[in-house]
Ligand binder design. Structure first.
Ligand SMILES: [Fe+2]
Length: 597
């Protein structure tokens, strides 16, 4: 039984394929067409999934589309009467989705009738819920989806058991935690699609001075729901304007906050205006108000579902700062967040809805790692690495695994910036040790060095650590696994000086816990770094420079060449730049190279 899930005509276009109930492959279109948050039809992602499963499009049994234009039709019609532009947008969307078969056939250059698969429209939040619960390790759990908007709802919660879920509540347009966060992100001067995580990082610098006002902007309502103060927003009158031209362009979202919000909180920040303590406090207040609502919803859901485990999905599930607080504010003892918790994950969720809820098949799959994307052979990687040598760019060594790990760990401990390219690409927006840039977490200046030399991102944004799972309790106040970097925990006070580079200003870090089972090579590297330095942790940031995370070996090499990265480890090849005049603080390097006491 072959089921293809396709998130199309929507930001984070992606495809996933499951065969006999097991996920085989999943990838976002942006990794393949190199357009951040690409929307449109993810034809390249579909092709990759088919290739990985070894099937043709004509052999697929079911195609699941995580969008149901007919969901909440009555509510949509009521808004359509008030907002003609909104009605036109809805019609355009419905027309687009009606043509998926034809568009797929056209992309694969076959006649539409050759696609024998049955098409299924899966409601957006049902797909989000499924993307978390059906691949979680839990037989039963409470499940919660929260995002900006999908199929005219922004929030849904359920109780799941085995292959079924029972919806307990939902929140429909115009109330939305995602839109709340996006509106305030815009107000704070960050207008690019996907900028919300920047403001989450900014919030740590401030105090929630404006929380009373923010409680008017968003507040809990009922056992597991919330309401927006609609006077602070304009989307309920004008629709949420999300535009993209095609799969080759990044989505653009129109303004969401109203003049009333500026009247109450002061003028919005201009894009280039310096960030002040007022902006920090506004961000902190926004985050605090969101957390208050989420804590209320989590607890309401715990009470009604009587579950001890929780699955989170939707864009709000990327709020790792809030997620890290589940354990201290609710009865939930275990939490699962799928690595592609946002809309890319809908492709996985929709496929599993078909498998379990439509076809009635039992559960037999757990997503316990994130490596579902493209992988390249040792020969391909070696060939690409050799190209750098022939151009005189770098020195190349080919090493067997133990020597490769030893050498890489020594480079990291010596303060080098190392590109680490191995195995299959990660599913979801985080680099988790296969397409990562690694550095020494013990050097406080490493954050600035990475920003100056490679990442070129806002200086206030934190970098994340990867840590072997065996050492989590030694460094962090929580030990619950965070394999996909979806939780931020407080670093133990006595350990903050040991890992200053990835410890954020508020003493927390958005960690990746690495198990030997999930990624043996990366785990061995971290352990070797620990042997050399006493700290089994690396600073791990995504392998890119203001672009989608590198996918192919050629893209990794290109990023290595155009940035001031010192070392590229690709498969068994180690490339070291000849002009690496970039080692951070040699004296400090010598001191830090000694194991910590
Ligand atoms: Fe969504």
């Amino acid at each position: 039984m072959i089921i293809l899930g396709v998130n199309a005509y929507h930001a984070n276009a992606a495809a996933a394929i499951i065969v006999d109930g097991r996920l085989i492959a999943a990838v976002e279109e942006e990794r393949l067409n190199r357009v951040k948050y690409a929307a449109g039809l993810p034809a390249r992602a579909v092709q990759f999934c088919l290739d990985r499963a070894g099937v043709k499009l004509t052999e697929v049994d079911h195609i699941a589309i995580p969008r149901d234009p007919y969901a909440r039709l009555g509510t949509k019609l009521r808004f359509a009467v008030r907002m003609p532009k909104f009605a036109l947008d809805r019609l355009r969307v419905m027309k687009k989705f009606a043509g998926v078969r034809e568009d797929l056939a056209s992309a694969f250059e076959i006649a539409p009738e050759k696609i024998r698969a049955q098409f299924h429209r899966v409601e957006h939040h049902q797909a989000h819920l499924a993307s978390a619960f059906f691949v979680s390790p839990f037989e039963s759990a409470a499940v919660l989806s929260a995002d900006g908007l999908g199929d005219f709802a922004s929030f849904m919660c359920a109780s799941g058991a085995g292959p079924q879920m029972r919806v307990l509540g939902e929140v429909a347009f115009p109330h939305s935690l995602g839109m709340y966060y996006t509106a305030l992100t815009q107000y704070l001067g960050f207008w690019k699609f996907g900028d919300e995580y920047k403001v989450m990082g900014l919030a740590a610098y401030g105090q929630p001075e404006f929380l009373p006002e923010f409680r008017r902007i968003v507040r809990a309502h009922g056992p597991h729901a919330f309401r927006l103060g609609l006077e602070y927003f304009i989307h309920q009158n004008q629709g949420s304007e999300m535009t993209w031209r095609d799969a080759n362009s990044t989505p653009v979202l129109g303004r969401l906050f109203s003049p009333y919000l500026e009247k109450r909180l002061g003028s919005s920040r201009k894009v280039d205006e310096p960030l002040t303590s007022r902006h920090h406090n506004l961000a902190a207040s926004m985050q605090a108000a969101l957390e208050e609502v989420l804590v209320c919803c989590w607890n309401g859901l715990a009470k009604e579902s009587l579950q001890k485990s929780l699955c989170l999905a939707g864009g709000v599930a990327f709020n790792c700062v809030a997620n890290g607080k589940v354990f201290t504010t609710t009865p939930f003892a275990r939490v699962y967040v799928q690595p592609a918790a946002g809309d890319a994950g809908l492709s996985v969720g929709a496929a599993f809805v078909v498998h379990h809820q439509i076809l009635g098949r039992p559960r037999e799959f757990t997503m316990d790692h994130a490596y579902w994307g493209p992988a390249y052979s040792a020969a391909e990687m070696k060939q690409v690495a050799a190209g750098a040598v022939s151009s005189g760019h770098a020195d190349l060594a080919e090493l067997e695994e133990p020597a490769l790990i030893e050498s890489t760990a020594r480079h990291i401990a010596a303060g080098k910036i190392v590109g680490w390219y191995q195995g299959a690409a990660e599913w979801g927006p985080r680099a988790l040790g296969n397409r990562s840039i690694l550095a020494d977490p013990r050097r406080p200046e490493m954050k600035d060095i990475l920003n100056r030399r490679i990442k070129h991102r806002e200086i206030f944004r934190p970098f994340a650590p990867s840590i072997i799972e065996e050492a989590v309790g030694e460094f962090f106040e929580q030990t619950h696994p965070s394999p996909f970097m979806t939780f931020a925990y407080p670093v133990r006070a006595e350990k903050r000086a040991a890992i200053p580079a990835p410890t954020h200003v508020d003493g927390t870090a958005r960690l990746q816990t690495v198990s030997r089972a999930a990624n043996p090579l990366y785990w061995k590297l971290l352990r070797k770094v620990g042997d050399l330095t006493g700290v089994p942790v690396v600073l791990n940031t995504s392998f890119n420079d203001n672009e989608p995370i590198v996918c192919r070996p050629e893209e990794a090499l290109d990023c290595f060449r155009r940035t001031q990265m010192d070392v590229l480890v690709m498969g068994n090849s180690i490339l070291e730049k000849k002009s690496a005049a970039t080692v951070a603080g040699d004296q400090l390097g010598e001191r830090l190279a000694r194991p910590a006491k």
